[in-house]
Design a protein around this ligand. Structure first.
Ligand code: SIN
Length: 316
């Protein structure tokens, strides 16, 4: 039996976890050690693994129930509705060239800015597990940032201020229906909108994390539009500070497991001018409804909780 080792790889976030074969049966102690590493380091990397769809799902189930692939995916791999495949060729096949033109910056992932997965849902995923199948020889790295460190780095008066705020997160509805292509129509037909506390109390560690992200947060509620923009600018500048981040270089077989309640991540944007292949597969763990420092939970404005039976319904 090999020894488990956890080696931090950056000052505030990220650790390599060695000595485990994720495709094999996992001892309870190993699952506990992975949970502890995740709580402490927020994203954990497992190099050179040999997972396929079924074993990735089996591994993930040690940590909770899984969501459907993605709120706007209508074609996960056959027999594996939990798998969300990230591959630009797939998006182009499904939504046509217009998708690639219109969302040029999303060519190599499905989302191009800093984001926490699916925070437009009232119960954003608790964690995400991403596995690389095909990666380019260079480029295509993913970055994560520690939202607890970003919160703790604020001055006490600003922490006290943001503790009181709530913000709307939305997936879709920003553009008039009919103006865009099939993907935009699908998103508009299935609006997902929630109001979350700006500071989220982690249900397992009790830590406070900044819970806003440029990908999904539309505005801070109860303040003017100009105030909201400035507050969010301030918080986005904090969560994207280089010192809170880690950057991961993928190889086929590598796996990243992140705590989606305490991190945001950034898909690569350095491949848009290159004709290279990049294909990864993600599963997400069903999350709970976030709670703020005042004990108030998030509220759903549109759409259903993101669970295993989530399905989209698009009009043509
Ligand atoms: C994701 O946002 O889950 C995908 C990240 C990536 O493509 O690197």
């Amino acid at each position: 039996m090999s020894t488990l080792t956890v080696r931090p790889v950056a000052g505030h976030i990220g650790a390599d976890f060695d000595g485990v074969d994720l495709a094999g049966p996992l001892a309870v102690e190993t699952v506990d050690a992975i949970k502890q590493a995740l709580h402490r380091h927020k994203v954990v990397f497992f190099r050179g693994q040999r997972l396929d769809h079924a074993s990735q799902i089996a591994f993930a189930r040690h940590f909770g129930e899984l969501t459907y692939a993605h709120p706007h995916d209508d074609a996960p791999p056959e027999d594996h509705p939990e798998i969300f495949t990230i591959d630009p060729r797939r998006f182009e096949e499904r939504y046509g060239k217009e998708f690639r033109e219109e969302y040029r910056k999303r060519q190599y992932s499905y989302f191009d800015g800093w984001h926490t997965d699916v925070t437009a849902a009232v119960n954003p995923p608790a964690g995400s597990i991403l596995r690389a199948e095909t990666v380019p020889e260079f480029g295509g790295d993913t970055q994560w940032t520690n939202l607890v460190a970003a919160y703790e780095g604020l001055s006490a008066p600003v922490r006290a201020f943001v503790d009181t705020l709530r913000a709307e997160h939305r997936y879709g509805g920003a553009r008039p229906v009919g103006e865009d292509g099939a993907y935009a129509r699908r998103v508009n037909d299935n609006l997902l909108v929630s109001v979350h506390p700006v500071v989220r109390v982690h249900p397992e560690t009790g830590e406070r994390a900044l819970f806003v992200n440029p990908g999904f947060t539309s505005h801070v509620v109860g303040v003017t539009a100009a105030e909201s923009r400035r507050i969010l600018d301030l918080l986005y500048a904090e969560i994207t500070r280089p010192e809170y981040t880690v950057r991961f270089r993928w190889e086929p077989g590598h796996v990243a497991f992140w705590d989606n309640r305490a991190t945001a991540h950034l898909a690569p944007r350095d491949l848009e001018h290159l004709d290279v292949e990049r294909r990864l597969h993600r599963v997400t763990l069903i999350g709970e409804v976030p709670v703020g420092p005042d004990g108030h939970p998030s509220e759903s404005v549109a759409g259903r909780p993101f669970t295993a039976d989530h399905r989209v319904a698009a009009t043509s």
